[in-house]
Design a protein around this ligand. Structure first.
Ligand code: SF4
Length: 310
């Protein structure tokens, strides 16, 4: 089983995406209330070689025959916390022509070294979930060394330097950022950042905090025109795991959850899958109302909804 590479998994934006996990599970500078991976266990801004670069490159090389559309640095924490992410992108560019994407929370782009290291990527997708300091603290629960204005300045500075595609993901939370005053602040930040695309997202997966609620798709679509450029709602791929290539994993997970409640770790360990691959399947099963979830000692457990399992 691969330790750092997973998939290809179907991605809403990137087609068949080969995921690369560069930090240990939930090593992140944020602790977002909507995170589908549970609470952050290691909240840090410490950049180091969390996983060995040579092994990551080796694993990616072994997966290239799967012909993904993108190699995506994302995973179960914040990828820019890896101190050698720039070298990794350079190595990937040497071994393949497959484009490299980085999905980042954007919290470290105020650092010149982080911006420089990402310049070799083809696509960078940072997030922006709040339009001011107080909402930032409520929604993202960032590390104390990341004030809102510093984070925002990083998003703006990277846009000026980066020549690749820059898509900004804006996560809208019901009763938090879905109200007009907060949306106006978000739109103003986006206007200053000037991304190539704005992509709206909301809660469709089991969130860490039950009070993190989504907004309906029609409402998201109605918000498109307040952003510049007009935002697109990220399409829902909920049925993609019914395709033959991915159907086996879906059935195995359902069979396991029929037997007993399991965490993401239980499923990944039990089925020899990467956590992030498991999360993708759970996201879809949850969207189809096939699952129930419970939070026990800060850990999310899933089981098949009772009416389905009878
Ligand atoms: S959603 Fe992303 S940025 Fe937020 S806590 Fe989870 S891994 Fe970190």
């Amino acid at each position: 089983m691969s330790r750092y590479v997973f998939g290809p998994v179907p991605s809403r934006r990137l087609g068949r995406s080969l995921g690369v996990d560069l930090v240990p599970f939930k090593t992140c500078s944020y602790d977002c209330i909507y995170c589908q991976l549970g609470r952050t266990t290691s909240k840090t801004v410490d950049r180091q070689e969390w996983v060995p670069l040579a092994e990551v490159v080796d694993e990616v090389q072994k997966h290239l025959s799967s012909e993904p559309d993108y190699i995506t640095l994302s995973g179960s924490g914040e990828p820019t916390l890896h101190a050698r992410v720039g070298e990794l992108i350079a190595r990937l560019k040497e071994i393949t022509a497959i484009p490299v994407a980085v999905l980042t929370n954007g919290s470290l782009l105020w650092r010149e070294d982080v911006r420089r290291q990402l310049l070799g990527a083809d696509l960078v997708v940072p997030s922006l979930d709040a339009g001011d300091e107080s909402m930032f603290r409520l929604v993202n629960r960032p590390h104390p060394e990341i004030p809102f204005e510093r984070m925002l300045a990083g998003l703006i500075a990277f846009r000026r330097q980066f020549r690749g595609e820059y898509w900004l993901e804006v996560f809208i939370l019901g009763a938090y950022t879905s109200i007009p005053a907060e949306l106006a602040k978000l739109a103003e930040c986006v206007r200053r950042i000037k991304p190539d695309r704005v992509q709206l997202n909301t809660v469709t997966r089991p969130p860490t905090e039950k009070y993190a609620a989504g907004v309906p798709p029609e409402r998201l679509a109605g918000l498109s025109s307040i952003f510049q450029p007009p935002a697109e709602v990220i399409a829902d791929f909920r049925d993609v795991h019914r395709e033959p290539e991915f159907a086996a994993g879906r059935e195995e997970i359902l069979a396991m959850l029929r037997r007993r409640p399991c965490s993401v770790d239980d499923i990944a360990g039990g089925l020899g899958m990467h956590r992030n691959e498991v999360v993708k399947y759970l996201e879809e099963l949850n969207a189809e109302n096939l699952l129930e979830q419970s939070l026990v000692a800060d850990k999310l457990y899933y089981q098949v909804a009772k009416e389905i399992s009878l």
